[in-house]
Each structure stands twice: as structure tokens, then as C-alpha cells.
Ligand binder design. Structure first.
Ligand SMILES: [Zn+2]
Length: 239
């Protein structure tokens, strides 16, 4: 008798468990860059989040705060190669924005040149901004403004945020005498407004000598030696 009771309770439990799953039809959301497809009723997930473009195309945004890196670019009065040192010198994130649901983020980097080539023929630099998750949507949404407040849209947790904007300020020192060479420092600052907690903005410099004619997306002409990229609010790189 005891055995039968036990068996019955096992059957009952099993049928309750399977019955439970049949009590609703899962309502699957689409996967996004932060979350897999999720049932809005029971929270069950299936599959994985979407693959970020930086992973798909194997781009590296591996600059670390306060860690200088060698920057390969070209001279301005010749096309000779020249090298500088680029350092992300400050980052701030989580600053309140006037726009509800958004935050302000600021990144500053410096590029310092003092090699013989730059001393002889100056240097060129190009700054870059893109999105870690969806490069094509970022580019398609980006609106350059003469007023230096450029707007763009990113998707975060499945929601489009179309009130993002960035302004970029640049400055440079004179050529200053340092021992037997001259040294010049360029400073670039990005002032960003992005969704609260967003970790997808990538900024940095690229080699001005790259031939990207006829190419539109960074992954079409990226290579590791010609780009120095920093991902803002990525907790693995010290900011
Ligand atoms: Zn469900």
C-alpha cells in the first residue's frame, strides 16, 4: 500500500510538472544584444543574445585607461610613417543627463609625437567613434552636425534610443623642446549622451594612412595595427 501511495505521488508530481509547462504558450521576445529570446510570461529563455559586431568581425577595443599604446599613422607633409603614444587619460560614466533614461559619458585621450619623422614632417591623426554591438545601425543613424552635436541611435535591452548624441573637441600643444627633439600633444575629448548603463560606445584613433576608399564600415578596413580603440563603460578595461 505504501508503495502504491509513493508511486501515485510520483505520478502526480510528474504530471504537475509537465502540466505546468503546458499552462501557457510561451510568448517569445526577440533576442537582443543584451538578452536571449525570453518568454514574457514565465521568464524562460532560449538561445543566446545576439552576437556583437566587434565579436563577429573580430575587432579589438582593448585600450585600457592610463595605459599608453603605440599609434601608427603618417606625416602631414609627406606620407612617411610616424609613431606617437596614445593614452586614454580620463573617463567618466553614469553622469546624470537632462534626458530621462540617458546618462553622460566623457572620454579623453592624448596622442604625443616626438619621433624624427613627425619632427621633420608633422603628423596626421583621425579619430573614430562606433558601436560595439551594431556597427551598421550606428552608422546609418549617425547625423553629423556643423554645430558639433552629432546624433545617433543605439539599441539597448531591445529598445532603440534615438536621443543619443556626441560632441568632440580637439586641441593641440605647440611643438615643445624636449632634450634634442620636439614634442607635440594632441587631445581629443568625446562628450556622449547614451542610455543609462550603456557599454557599447567605442572611440579611438586610426592610422590616417589607411586607404578606406569605397569602404563604409569600420570592419571593412579594420586591422589591429592601424586602430587603437577604447570601449566606454566596459568594466573589463578599468573604467
Ligand atoms: Zn513561458
Amino acid at each position: 500500500m505504501k508503495k502504491i501511495k509513493l508511486l501515485l505521488s510520483v505520478i502526480l508530481t510528474a504530471s504537475l510538472l509537465t502540466g505546468c509547462a503546458n499552462m501557457h504558450t510561451h510568448q517569445w521576445s526577440e533576442a537582443n544584444y543584451q538578452s536571449p529570446s525570453t518568454c514574457s510570461i514565465c521568464g524562460l529563455t532560449r538561445g543566446n543574445p545576439l552576437t556583437a559586431d566587434f565579436d563577429r568581425y573580430q575587432l579589438k577595443a582593448d585600450m585600457q585607461l592610463n595605459a599608453g599604446r603605440t599609434y601608427h599613422t603618417i606625416c602631414s607633409e609627406s606620407e612617411d610613417p610616424t609613431e606617437g603614444t596614445v593614452t586614454v587619460t580620463s573617463v567618466s560614466t553614469g553622469e546624470p543627463s537632462d534626458i530621462s533614461g540617458y546618462e553622460n559619458q566623457t572620454v579623453t585621450l592624448t596622442a604625443v609625437f616626438s619621433d624624427a619623422a613627425s619632427n621633420a614632417a608633422g603628423f596626421l591623426y583621425n579619430y573614430v567613434i562606433t558601436d560595439f554591438y551594431d556597427i551598421e545601425s550606428f552608422e546609418a543613424s549617425f547625423r553629423y552636425s556643423e554645430g558639433n552635436i552629432h546624433t545617433f541611435t543605439v539599441n539597448y535591452n531591445g529598445q532603440d534610443y534615438d536621443k543619443c548624441h556626441v560632441s568632440v573637441t580637439t586641441g593641440s600643444s605647440e611643438w615643445l623642446r624636449k632634450n634634442d627633439v620636439y614634442e607635440k600633444t594632441v587631445t581629443v575629448t568625446w562628450n556622449l549622451t547614451v542610455p543609462q548603463g550603456y557599454d557599447g560606445i567605442v572611440v579611438g584613433l586610426r592610422n590616417s594612412g589607411i586607404d578606406n576608399s569605397g569602404k563604409y564600415f569600420i570592419y571593412e578596413y579594420y586591422n589591429e595595427t592601424d586602430f587603437l580603440l577604447f570601449r566606454v563603460n566596459n568594466h573589463e578595461n578599468g573604467n
